[in-house]
Design a protein around this ligand. Structure first.
Ligand code: C2O
Ligand code: CU
Length: 477
């Protein structure tokens, strides 16, 4: 429900109240003054065809999949007017950005859900530059398509690039009519392996859903073959902002014929590190630099595990002047892959180092057994998981133990954390907001300063694990 105060705020903005009568399409952005940037996000049902020939019904912002890219400058005030044309309540969450708690978009925790036909205005200062993703935080809606890129450009850019592209990696269940409805058919995708599927008993009413069988993967709303190639010119320094916008798929991205120089993870700078392929979990972001020094027509692959290694094409990099329709051959042997422990954080003035921690919380992640559709933290299912109560300013460590057969991209709202184990050579740890905890007894630890008061969601970002219980609340006061 929109509160009275929000309604007054809404009605008080000249001309905006009339929005309720326009279609979900129309303008996306208005600039009010130099540093207030207003964006319109109209959530509605949209029929999409990602290039497989089969249309299915998606839920999307402004009739686009992915939603419009929101791009502002550090220090700007970002105002987003969400208008709900959907048949269910919805919200918007600004993933990774430490916004004030009541702007965080978690229904029932930081705000009331925005009911069909109603509006809500998000407004906050864009303080930390970087590559982010905004998305709905209501039930399974993320997997229906309610997401987009959020980019905060720094006041002063340290590197210059000839070109820049945003790549949102996505997976769709087109054969079964779109996620999450597709999960109800019982055909699932264990472990996120592409091209394989198995049948499972259909969930009974009230039971959490299993991730569906995703049969199509692509970039920026299109599968390979339907997408426009990313064009480069020989000699270009290209920045790619790579965002995993899927709900349950970890990608291993390979740009054939090229190495990638990672400059940022989850928006935070690192000491540049070169890889040949990039593992990226749900909602993780990597900014990479590609040096266009190998002319041709090249695949962008998602690598499949197993031997021989093989790639599933997601898109194309095309050099100017290349006429041939043939793709250049790639060598998939001996590729260097990213690993948190190999990365080192670069100096930045935005976040201070955590230093000596004062409290440690240990969390065992498990679930996913055939007999039970639930996923747990310390044996409990949200909302019955234990709250993590801490004081404003405390220095905290989370230690994770994964006793399940799947990995879990764990995400904390409202804060960046340092990744324990990274930064071995310089002592500069990397900072992130989402961390993959590997399967089969995998471990991970993060540290952060609890300097953003409020009640924050903390959860596995595999949507089907989150909705099946792998979440808890971090209460800072
Ligand atoms: Cu990407 Cu709880 O959020
Ligand atoms: Cu998980």
């Amino acid at each position: 429900m929109i509160s009275r105060r929000d309604f007054i705020k809404y009605a008080g903005i000249g001309g905006i109240a009339a929005l309720s009568h326009i279609s979900p399409l129309g303008f996306t952005e208005r600039v009010f003054s130099e540093d207030v940037r207003e964006f319109k996000l109209n959530a509605s049902i949209t029929s999409v065809n990602v290039g497989t020939g089969k249309s299915f019904s998606a839920w999307a912002y402004n009739g686009q999949l992915p939603g419009p890219e929101i791009r502002v400058k550090e220090g700007d005030t970002l105002r987003a007017v969400l208008k709900n044309y959907l048949p269910e309540g919805t919200t918007v969450h600004w993933h990774g950005l430490p916004v004030p708690n009541k702007m965080d978009g978690v229904p029932g925790i930081t705000q009331s859900i925005v009911q069909p036909g109603q509006s809500f205005i998000y407004e906050f200062k864009a303080t930390l530059p970087g590559t982010y993703i905004y998305h709905t935080h209501a039930s399974y809606q993320l997997d229906r398509g309610l997401y987009g890129a959020l980019i905060i450009e720094p006041k002063r850019e340290e590197r210059s690039y000839d070109r820049e592209y945003t790549l949102m990696l996505e997976g769709w269940a087109t054969m079964d009519g779109g996620a999450p409805e597709a999960s109800k058919m019982g055909r699932i995708n264990p472990g996120g392996m592409m091209g394989m599927g198995m049948m499972r008993r259909q969930p009974t009413a009230g039971e959490p859903l299993h991730e569906p069988l995703y049969d199509a993967y692509g970039i920026n709303g299109k599968v390979f073959g339907a997408s426009v190639p990313f064009r480069v010119t020989k000699g270009d320094r290209v920045r790619l902002r790579i965002i995993n916008a899927s709900s349950a798929t970890t990608f291993t991205l390979r740009i054939a014929g090229h190495s990638l120089r990672i400059t940022h993870t989850d928006g935070r700078p690192i000491i540049p590190f070169e890889v040949d392929s990039l593992r990226i979990g749900v909602t993780e972001r990597y900014d990479v630099e590609l040096h266009a020094n190998n002319p041709g027509r090249w695949h962008i692959y998602n690598l499949r595990d197993g031997s021989p290694a093989s790639g599933w094409p997601l898109g194309t990099i095309l050099y100017e002047g290349i006429e041939s329709r043939n793709y250049n051959d790639d060598n998939l042997k001996g590729l260097r892959l990213n690993d948190y422990n190999l990365l080192e954080g670069a100096h930045e003035s935005y976040l201070k180092p955590v230093g000596k921690v004062e409290k440690v919380f240990v969390m065992t992640l498990s679930g996913g057994m055939m007999a039970s559709p639930y996923w747990t933290i310390n044996g409990k299912v949200y909302p019955y998981t234990d709250n993590i109560d801490i004081r404003d300013g405390e220095r905290i460590r989370f230690e994770y133990f994964n006793r399940s057969m799947m990995h879990h991209p764990m995400h904390l709202h409202g804060h960046f954390f340092e990744v324990v184990g990274s930064g071995r050579r310089t002592g500069g740890r990397i900072k992130k907001d989402t961390l993959i905890i590997p399967a089969h007894m995998g471990r991970g630890a993060v540290e952060f300063i609890a300097d953003n008061p409020g009640v924050w969601f903390h959860h596995c970002h595999n949507l089907y694990h989150m909705e099946a219980g792998m979440a808890n609340l971090v209460r800072i006061r």
